[in-house]
Write a protein that binds this ligand. Structure first.
Ligand code: Z5A
Length: 212
């Protein structure tokens, strides 16, 4: 049996990740693919609850400590991701290790230090990066409620994501697609689907590990 595809949707705040991951899961189900939706941070676990309190500014944590918690939150689910993929389930994941690097490096931590704890996590087959100018994201519902939702921070985050995308496409061999998320919902979802269609067939290559 061929394994499932591991598809990550990344992007800036309010770029439409939640909206688009839900649409994509529906489309995959309609196409007859078993699919599982994951979201990081997963705020339901014990670690996720600490992250949630931090993001809502209900607690304070050292920048390195919160970075490691975000990474640990992914490691909590790593073996489950691998198992589902091996069983033939496609995983659609809202944010992953790339957000971890982008946000913490934007606060001034070293890029390499930020990447280290996520080395060896299951590597996605496809990353769709939803790109939107921070000025435009700001106009969308709910902006500004959480800790990092400030235009200056989002600009830095966008730059680091650019670096990650270049490196992933080069050395890591992951398909990293930049999607213009400033367009209407339907146009964005059609664009995403056109990139995912190539993964509807057999995924035969073994699951790789990030930055190993
Ligand atoms: N973070 C981190 O620091 N380290 C890590 O390792 C990880 C994350 C994994 C919380 O993430 C924070 O955690 C995040 C990064 C950091 N901080 N920031 N910024 P989150 O994923 O839980 O929360 P979020 O980034 O704030 O995502 P979100 O609020 O869920 O936004 P979204 O999923 O990208 O967008 P949406 O909910 O689909 O849409 C937002 C609004 O726009 C909504 O009203 C929609 O109806 C509307 N929308 C959606 N698409 C469109 C289009 N195409 N046109 C117009 N309006 C639209």
């Amino acid at each position: 049996m061929s394994r499932g595809a591991f598809i990550v949707i990344e992007g800036l705040d309010r770029s439409g990740k939640t909206t688009q991951t839900a649409i994509l899961c529906e489309q995959l189900e309609k196409a007859g693919k078993p699919v599982k939706l994951l979201k990081f941070p997963d705020r339901t676990t014990a670690i996720g609850k600490m992250i949630d309190a931090y993001l809502r500014s209900q607690s304070e944590l050292d920048d390195r400590a919160i970075h490691l918690l975000f990474s640990a939150n992914r490691w909590e689910l790593a073996s489950q991701i691998e198992k589902s993929l091996q069983e033939g389930t496609t995983i659609v994941c809202d944010r992953y290790a790339f957000s971890g690097i982008a946000f913490s490096a934007s606060k001034g931590l070293s890029y390499e230090w930020c990447r280290a704890p996520d080395i060896s996590l299951p590597s996605p087959d496809l990353v769709l990066f939803l790109d939107i100018p921070p000025e435009k994201a700001k106009e969308r519902g709910g902006y500004g409620e959480e800790r990092y939702e400030k235009e200056e921070m989002q600009k830095k985050v966008r730059q680091v994501f650019g670096r990650i995308g270049d490196e992933m496409t080069g050395a890591e061999g992951v398909k990293w697609i930049v999607v213009d998320a400033g367009r209407d919902q339907e146009t964005v979802s059609k664009d995403i689907w056109s990139n995912v269609e190539g993964f509807l067939g057999e995924v035969s290559r073994p699951i790789r590990r990030l930055w190993d």
